[in-house]
Every structure is written in C-alpha cells, then in structure tokens.
Design a protein around this ligand. Structure first.
Ligand SMILES: [Fe+2]
Length: 359
C-alpha cells in the first residue's frame, strides 16, 4: 500500500503530463494486481484483494481468500455487490482506503455502544459523539485515490452504524471541498453521524422530528448539527418531509446530509456501481437535491473508482488506475494495445471519454 504522499507525487507527475517519468515511478513504486469486479460466477476461483468484514466488525473473509460459488452466494445475501480481486491481467492499481480498516472497525464498535445506549436508555453521550467525529476528521486520508470501503462490509443493506459512518465521511469530504473550517466540519460531522438517531427511539416515519427533539435536549450539541436530523428528508422543491420546506429554507448541512444519505443508501444496496448511483442522484437534482451542492459532490465522489474496467470512446479497453483531482469523470486509464501498455490520462486526451464500464 502506498502512502498518500507517494500517491500525490505520482499524481502530480501525471498531471504535468510527463508520462514516461510517471510510468517509471508508478511501476517502480507499484500498485498491485487489483480490479473491481461484480460478485458473480465470473469471479469463482479469484482471490480477494481486500478483506470483508461483518457489520459487527469480525472478519468474514481475509485478503487472499479464494471465492467459491458458496461464498459468493453468501456474500450476495449480505448485500455485497462488488469486490476487489487479484487479477494479473490488470496491473498496478492504486487502492487506498479513506479510513484505515482497523480504525473504521474500532469506530464502529464505539458507535454501536453509543447507539445501543440511546436505544435502551434514551441517553446519548455527546462527548463520545464529538470524539468519534474528531477521530474521523483526523484519520481520513483525503486523496483523490482513496476509496470508501462500502462494499467490503456485509451489512444486509441497512445497518445504522455503518450507514451513519459512511454519511459522516461523505458529508465531511463535501464540507472540505467547500472550504469549511475545522469547527464547521466538526458540526457537520456530528449532524451527519446523528442524522438517523430518531430511528432508535421512534417510528421510522417520525424519525426526523423525534430525533431533533431528542438531540435538542443536549446543550453540548450545536443547533446546526441537530438540524441535520430534522431536515435530511426535506427536498429542495418542497416535496419532502416533515415540514415540506424548500430551497434556502433548508439549512446547508442538511442539504449535504440529504445527498450523502441517498448516495450511501443506493450504494449499500449492492446492486449499483458508483457511476450508476450518481446517475440516479443527478436525475433528482433540482427536485430532491440542491444543484450547487451536487456540483461539489461530484467533484469529491469518484464515479469511476480505481480498478474499474472501462472502454474508451476510441474502443480501447483498460482499467482505471488513478484519479485526477476534481475531475472524477476523467481518470487515468491503463490500456493494452497489441500487448503494449499505455497510460491514457483523460485530462490530457480531452477528445477521449469513458464510453462504458465493462465490469
Ligand atoms: Fe433518515
């Protein structure tokens, strides 16, 4: 695994277009033989490149495990839709998790205890909430090549701890791209982490207002955080709930959480790839979601993740190996033409584009 600084170095070399030097660094420092694959019969016999954990934090399959028909069926049942596998036909892909797996699992464990207490005793420890968010902010590897490991956790689609953590990571990423300072990021992070807290104490359909009422009792939490619980199901066209407010009546942090909530729910279903999730969300811009926030969102969510097999408009087939910051639709693609390897940086070849995902 490469350190973020090495990734950035390689990335900046590629950005200035010195492809030969970039290739040298890239091959010398090396990624691994990784590609993203849909979990179906085609991956029988392949080895896992990233471990898979249960939502409880225990290892279900470790790195190097061989995928069998039975294992694939079980993982699909758990809501896992894609996996990173070892495939020697696809060389050198940079994969870095945005939150280190052991840190993520540790955080999930604390979050589980916290939410358990809310559920059983209707009691929340705001200091633990703040500690979790500070831990996330301080440990996130914010590089364009980082991926959020949505799919290496089998959670049967809906698990409030993993969902809340994913929404927090996505929301703070969006906050960073909008230039928020640490205290704003912290308030946004707390709001995102607790946005669905109402589900632990009330009926699902009343969770926004019940969550808000519950959080309001804690003076340690800011009003801007609490509003995320209240307003994350409001739509910019006024068709949401509970208050049917619209446009600028919806607070910015709640608009962010609303977008990230939808992204994680669609992604965790296990049946859609990142670019398909973004297509679904883009169809709702101006109705459910704010256009301004969506435009920033697509700059931080890389819709063609590293390791994804794609076909370019030139007909060449290859695999995404590296991202270009703020241009998620124009990554670096490694192709093989008559046995010769080529790196095509779509930021340099502006006449080319990704025509299809061939996963
Ligand atoms: Fe919700």
């Amino acid at each position: 695994m490469l350190m973020p600084c090495a990734l950035n170095l390689i990335h900046s070399i590629l950005k200035v277009g010195s492809s030969r030097i970039a290739r040298f660094f890239y091959e010398y420092m090396g990624g691994s033989f990784v590609r993203l694959a849909v979990l179906n019969d085609k991956v029988i016999g392949k080895k896992l490149e990233m471990p898979i954990f249960s939502s409880e934090g225990t290892t279900i399959l470790s790195k190097g495990s061989v995928l069998t028909e039975k294992i694939i069926a079980r993982l699909r049942q758990m809501g896992v839709g894609t996996v990173y596998i070892n495939d020697e036909n696809y060389e050198e892909v940079l994969i870095q998790e945005i939150l280190d797996t052991s840190f993520r699992l540790k955080t999930i464990k604390i979050l589980k205890q916290l939410f358990e207490q809310v559920k059983k005793k209707k009691d929340l420890d705001p200091y633990v909430v703040k500690e979790i968010v500070t831990g996330i902010l301080d440990n996130m590897a914010v590089s364009e090549n980082s991926i959020i490991s949505f799919n290496n956790i089998g959670s049967n689609g809906m698990d409030i701890c993993n969902h809340s953590l994913n929404v927090t990571i996505l929301s703070t990423l969006l906050g960073i791209s909008r230039g928020y300072n640490y205290s704003q990021l912290s308030d946004l992070g707390v709001g995102a982490l607790l946005h669905d807290i109402g589900k632990l104490i009330a009926d699902d359909k009343f969770h926004p207002e019940e969550g808000f009422k519950f959080l309001r009792e804690y003076r340690e939490l800011s009003a801007t955080s609490n509003i995320c619980a209240y307003s994350h199901h409001e739509n910019v066209d006024g068709t949401g709930y509970p208050r049917k407010i619209k446009g600028d009546q919806i607070y910015d942090y709640a608009k962010i959480v609303s977008l990230c909530n939808e992204y994680d729910l669609l992604h965790s279903s296990g049946s859609l790839l990142p670019h398909e999730v973004l297509e679904r969300i883009s169809a709702e811009v101006g109705k459910k979601f704010d256009a301004d926030f969506y435009n920033d969102f697509i700059k931080v969510i890389y819709c063609y993740p590293n390791g994804l097999p794609v076909r370019l408009s030139s007909g060449q087939e290859g695999v995404v190996v590296m991202q270009n910051k703020s241009f998620p639709q124009r990554p670096v693609v490694k192709v093989k033409d008559a046995g010769i390897t080529n790196y095509i940086n779509l930021m340099e070849k502006l006449n080319l584009f990704i025509e299809a995902v061939t996963i």
